[in-house]
Design a protein around this ligand. Structure first.
Ligand code: NAP
Length: 283
């Protein structure tokens, strides 16, 4: 089998080009300076700092302004809530990204949920999640939204097919399962208490690996012809799926790196541009 590469890097480049045209048009129409995406980084986790930097670079490429807020690792929940309140009230800020994870003393859920719905371009609020599930307007969580965009671009059929998601985190596994359900897939959502995981993975027409453990999902579990979406990224450039073996069985797959990662950032950019356009329309 010669599996199709679901090339997130190429698609994200194409999307960024389209977004740059939209931000240029927006600046012409409104006469304003670039719309602002505020990023909040709490603490000194080097991986989080890298992700925030990558998002700032993407802002520049698409014609958005990135405003970085950096807070110390001893920041309290109250202090972070006050920063979010300030950004919610700031008329220049179109989107707010609170980089996950925050230090353990902070109530992350309370802080996510403080982000105003219209500025929740990373799709992390409980309200936004609920609206997405109900097919109401909301920016879906960025990584799941990027996965769905990639599957749509490559015309991967979802309706009636069995999607198996391994991992149920609020920012990834749970929302991608709901998005797949809304696209009429039949969804099995697996987690750390799931029994006979290998057998369930073997039923997947579409498999999403979102477990956070390097090559945890063995290639030998995967059904012939399955579509493999690997959200994981670990040192050594491996994901959550044992891709070397999976490649011998799957019909399509996301490479690591260059699959889901770039699509996450592209979705964040797309949501921020959409928020800026909505604001300009007074919507
Ligand atoms: P997370 O919050 O740590 O969640 C991991 C999930 O995997 C949990 O739901 C957990 O189940 C489940 N799990 C753990 N051990 C398991 C086992 N033995 N069997 C079955 N399920 C198990 O991770 P996350 O934030 O969702 O991230 C998942 C992966 O995606 C990571 O590799 C991360 O680096 C990657 N990621 C990539 C991007 C991107 O932009 N590319 C963005 C976000 C995350 P319980 O709920 O029962 O504990």
């Amino acid at each position: 089998m010669n599996p199709l590469v679901l090339d997130g890097k190429a698609l994200s480049n194409q999307l960024e080009g389209e977004l740059a045209l939209r931000t240029a048009a927006l600046r012409d129409r409104t006469g304003h300076r670039a719309a602002v995406l505020a990023t909040i980084l709490v603490g000194d986790d080097p991986a989080s700092a890298t992700y925030v930097k990558m998002k700032g670079n993407a802002c520049r490429r698409v014609g958005l302004e990135s405003r970085k807020v950096e807070l110390g690792s001893a920041t309290t929940t109250a202090e972070l809530l006050a920063v979010i309140d300030g950004l919610n009230a700031d008329p220049d800020v179109r989107g707010i990204l609170l980089q996950h994870p925050v230090p353990s003393q902070i109530d992350e859920r309370a802080c996510f949920d403080r982000i105003a719905l219209e500025k929740d371009v990373d799709g992390v609020t409980a309200l936004g999640f609920g609206r997405m599930v109900m097919n109401e307007p909301a920016y879906g969580s960025a990584t799941p939204a990027g996965i769905m965009r990639l599957l749509e671009h490559y015309k991967i059929e979802l309706s009636g097919r069995h999607a198996v998601v391994v991992g149920r985190s609020p920012i990834l596994g749970k929302p991608v399962a709901m998005m797949l359900l809304n696209a009429n897939a039949t969804v099995t959502l697996c987690h750390s208490k799931t029994r006979e995981l290998a057998g369930l993975v073997g039923l997947a027409d579409i498999l999403v690996g979102a477990v956070g453990k390097p090559q945890f999902i063995r290639g030998s579990w995967i059904k012939e012809g399955a579509v493999v979406v690997d959200a994981g990224y670990h040192p050594g450039g491996v994901g959550d799926v044992e891709l070397s073996t999976a490649l011998q069985r799957c019909s399509a797959y996301t490479p690591v790196p260059g699959g889901v990662g770039p699509m996450t950032i592209a979705s964040l950019m797309a949501h921020t541009v959409e928020a800026a356009e909505r604001h300009a329309r007074g919507a």
